[in-house]
Design a protein around this ligand. Structure first.
Ligand SMILES: NC(=O)C1=CN([C@@H]2O[C@H](COP(=O)(O)OP(=O)(O)OC[C@H]3O[C@@H](n4cnc5c(N)ncnc54)[C@H](O)[C@@H]3O)[C@@H](O)[C@H]2O)C=CC1
Ligand SMILES: N=C(N)NCCCC(=O)O
Ligand code: NA
Length: 507
């Protein structure tokens, strides 16, 4: 069922509008995690290539005084963004297939991701267009001799470093607003899943994006990501990934006083109250919150807090539903749980499960490789109970299909448990009582709150976290602001002298 290697295009680095072999000539294998087979390779960029990519982006930013890109009207840039969206739609099934082969995610999910990718390019095309009309809004001042307005300008050359869980979608969340704003960019996708990002390079060629506006360099974090984060000619870095790497990126950027936005890990809570009418609806959202994309979602609701009155019933239903999930080769029809992304991630998840067991938690369901799958990095949906707040499984991000469940008896206990984490990306509340929902919305320390659901994601709404989940917001209008700088313009509009100093005395 796996595609033969010939189905995976062989690409170079995408720099200055064309393909380029990496300076050191090295390539990295592409592994299909569902079959453990090598299906192709991608170039491994190093500092020399980063240098070339940043230079190409800089040249594109300034070319002809920015007339064709950075200073062009939003409508000009919107045209290119719409052309990219149209190509994504045209190539949707090929792109989704590559995404699945590279990452192990169910094909249905990869298809949905491609819809989201196209929608994101379209959304930022609309914002780019609307933006021109919103520029130079006057600022009211207390002195009528002065007139002032704010000019939003593209921040410059941006470095975009992205993860493997939604490879093309996470890149798009950055590329689309950055380009809409008039920035030029160097994208560094994750070495664990780079194929679809390289195909975005092919699309840029097809639609005639001006050379250097977007550059795409695949390679390892320390070799290709680090020199990008620390580069003196990169004006801003936007990063999504682990909290550890986020700290490194921020440290590197700090040396140049370079702004960063960081979308990092999470350990998000989903709180289920006992007033609900339909336990199965709650269970389904709880499942979607942790088993979609194999739980490899930064906002996964990986800690379920359930009211003690319904805990037994909830867990019985959760196990019943979990047993029913189709776990298979991700290309198989109806698959709902594919493999995790890599052997490293597989080993890491298994270690989390064994540590939970050793620390005294109960593996209520799952916890192992499914018996019918002999190859591939598959892990059963895993439900863990008897969890205490000092356990690793309560505290650390697993990034796999593993959820821990804890009971609570009062609302204030639920809030305390929900906030008992260094992270603050998302949180969910399932309750029939609007007042409970309202109180919890305020009480949960997180950047995203879901009420009676978990994980829906809309390009129009802000996305990002607090605490050690990072800062800055992607998507919506906020996503555009990430790539803009605000310039104050103030004009003195009077013929009268300012009158602060005494004029030199006349003879
Ligand atoms: N919050 C999220 O969205 C994600 C969280 N993770 C978590 O992180 C763990 C480790 O996964 P990784 O793939 O290693 O994530 P990572 O955070 O190291 O990788 C994210 C991106 O950063 C790049 N990178 C790595 N080191 C860098 C450096 N020193 N400077 C600049 N860029 C660098 C990587 O090449 C990749 O493009 C996972 O097990 C998971 O728990 C992983 C991916 C996404
Ligand atoms: N597209 C959906 N459903 N979710 C996106 C999650 C992005 C993240 O893990 O940061
Ligand atoms: Na891969």
């Amino acid at each position: 069922m796996a595609a033969a290697p010939r189905d995976v295009p062989r690409r170079g680095l995408f720099i200055g509008g064309g393909w380029r072999e990496p300076s050191l000539g090295r390539r990295l294998p592409v592994v299909n995690p569902a079959t453990e087979t090598t299906i192709g390779d991608v170039p491994a960029a190093t500092a020399e290539d980063v240098e070339l990519a940043v230079a190409a982006a800089r040249e594109a930013f300034r070319r002809d005084g920015g007339r064709h890109w950075s200073c062009a009207s939003g409508a000009v840039r919107a045209k290119f963004l719409r052309a990219i969206a149209a190509k994504i739609k045209e190539k949707k099934s090929d792109l989704a297939l590559l995404e699945t082969l590279d990452s192990g995610k169910p094909l249905d999910e990869a298809n949905a991701d491609m819809d989201d990718v196209a929608a994101c390019f379209e959304y930022y095309a609309d914002l780019a267009e609307a933006f021109d009309g919103k520029q130079r809004l006057p600022i009211s001042l207390p002195m009528e001799n002065f007139k002032s307005y704010a000019l939003k300008e593209p921040i410059g050359v941006v470095g975009l470093i992205t993860p493997w869980n939604y490879p093309l979608l996470m890149a798009t969340w950055k590329v689309a607003p950055a380009l809409a704003a008039g920035c030029t960019a160097v994208l560094k996708p994750s070495e664990l899943a780079s194929l679809t990002c390289l195909e975005l390079g092919a699309i840029c060629i097809e639609i005639g994006l001006p050379p250097g506006v977007l550059n795409i360099i695949t390679g390892l974090g320390p070799e290709a990501g680090a020199p990008l984060a620390s580069h003196p000619h990169v004006d801003k870095v936007a990063f999504t990934g682990s909290t550890e790497t986020g700290k490194r990126v921020m440290t590197a950027a700090a040396q140049m006083v370079k702004p960063v936005s960081l979308e990092l890990g999470g350990k998000s809570p989903l709180i289920v109250f006992d007033d609900i009418d339909n336990i199965d609806n709650a269970v389904e959202w709880a499942m979607f919150g942790i088993f979609a994309n194999g739980g490899q979602v930064c906002s996964a609701t990986s800690r379920i807090l359930v009211h003690e009155k319904i805990a037994k019933q909830f867990l019985d239903r959760l196990v019943a539903w979990a047993k029913h999930i189709k776990i298979s080769d991700p290309l198989e029809e109806g698959c709902r749980l594919g493999s995790v992304v890599s052997e490293g991630q597989y080993e890491k998840i298994k270690k989390f499960i064994s540590t939970a067991r050793n620390e005294g938690a109960t593996i209520l369901y799952g916890g192992a490789r499914p018996q019918h799958l002999r190859r591939g990095f598959f892990i059963e949906p895993t439900i863990i109970t008897d969890v205490s707040t000092s356990m690793q499984i309560w505290r650390e991000e697993v990034f796999g299909p593993v959820v821990c469940v804890k009971e609570f008896s009062t609302e204030s206990e639920a809030v305390e448990l929900a906030n008992d984490t260094h992270y603050g990306l998302a949180g969910g509340v399932i309750s029939n009582d609007p007042e409970i929902c309202e109180r919890l919305t305020k009480a949960i320390q997180a950047g995203i709150i879901w009420i009676n659901c978990s994980q829906p994601c809309f390009v129009q709404a802000p996305w990002g976290g607090n605490k050690r989940s990072g800062f800055g917001r992607e998507l919506g209008e906020w996503g555009l602001d990430n790539y803009m700088t605000v310039k104050q313009v103030t004009k003195y509009c009077s013929d009268e002298p300012w009158g602060w100093y005494q004029p030199p005395s006349k003879l």
